[in-house]
Design a binder for this molecule. Structure first.
Ligand SMILES: NC(=O)c1ccc[n+]([C@@H]2O[C@H](COP(=O)([O-])OP(=O)(O)OC[C@H]3O[C@@H](n4cnc5c(N)ncnc54)[C@H](OP(=O)(O)O)[C@@H]3O)[C@@H](O)[C@H]2O)c1
Length: 267
């Protein structure tokens, strides 16, 4: 039972649900009848989405406006969900951000904060919920990595490394959880049309052909189907599977300079 069925006292905790892939994953889960707990810093956006999901699907949609980047905030969030009488049976660690540029030119605080959000928060929430799920004998965890996980990326050094961590961590966690009734899946999207690229200073993936930029709804559907199937890893789209294979197996001496040419910083 990789994705536990909906129940009145259970919820799907989705971080980074105020936009992009997280919001679409919330829509996918709600339309399957799951209650959701939406978390991000922009509370107004969460409220709008919660109203939309409740109206459309009659599910219980909770919101918590908070940052998940620090330990105490995560502990407080978990306590708040418990106070509301809900058990997290599905955990979607989606919140994350990137940056672009030569590492030495980027804001050091932004790079450090990226590791706290993209890496620490994922391990932190898995730490809070994996053992509780095992005790209940059911649960599903989705950690959002990226095709950036499959090779180092010049000009996105911290981001690619953070996603490599999530990919490695989740694939191992999937095996640690085998036989417990709990599943962990890593989602590795390629470039996807969300607020991500602009937030990262990448100008809406300028220069990439549009057929290489995915729709967040397609990515979210693939993710939830992967959770339903109990998959270890989901790489949505054939183009991304090819890119992941290239990233895994191409010799670094050829790959790194070639990748660098895609970015304005490397020309
Ligand atoms: N778009 C892509 O091309 C792409 C490709 C591969 C992987 N990904 C990954 O997909 C995930 C979702 O990104 P997206 O593309 O959907 O980008 P997005 O539209 O920018 O969404 C990012 C989400 O993270 C939330 N967030 C950021 N900092 C947070 C914090 N401290 N605490 C809580 N929430 C926080 C944001 O909400 P608030 O600002 O309201 O807090 C927002 O809801 C990320 O992990 C990203 O690395 C994206």
């Amino acid at each position: 039972m990789p994705l536990p069925p909906p129940a009145p006292d259970s919820t799907c905790l989705i971080t980074g649900a105020s936009s992009g892939i997280g919001a679409e994953i919330a829509r996918e889960l709600a339309q399957r009848g799951h209650g959701v707990t939406l978390v991000a810093r922009r509370e107004e956006r969460l409220r709008e989405l919660a109203d939309e999901l409740t109206d459309a699907h009659g599910i219980r949609a909770e919101i918590v406006g908070a940052s998940v980047a620090d330990h105490d905030g995560r502990a407080e969030l978990a306590a708040e969900i418990e106070r509301r009488g809900l058990a997290v049976e599905t955990l979607v660690n989606n919140a994350g951000y990137g940056s672009a540029g030569r590492f030495q030119d980027l804001d050091p605080d932004g790079e450090e904060g990226m590791v706290r959000l993209n890496v620490e928060a994922v391990v932190g929430f898995c730490g809070i919920y994996a053992s509780r799920m095992v005790d209940r004998g059911r649960g599903s965890i989705l950690n959002v990595a990226s095709t950036a996980a499959f090779q180092p990326l010049p000009y996105q050094a911290t981001y690619a490394a953070s996603k490599a961590f999530i990919n490695s961590f989740t694939e191992a966690l999937h095996t640690d959880l085998a036989g417990t009734g709990v599943n962990a899946t890593v989602l590795c999207p390629g470039p996807t049309a969300t607020e991500f690229a602009d937030e990262a200073g990448m100008n809406s993936f300028e220069g990439l052909p549009s057929f290489l930029v995915d729709d967040a709804r397609d990515v979210a559907r693939a993710a939830v189907e992967g959770m339903e199937a109990g998959s270890r890893s989901v790489v949505p789209g054939v183009h991304n599977v090819i890119s992941a294979l290239g990233g895994r197996f191409a010799p670094r001496t050829l790959l790194l300079p070639a990748l660098g040419r895609f970015y304005p910083y490397g020309r």
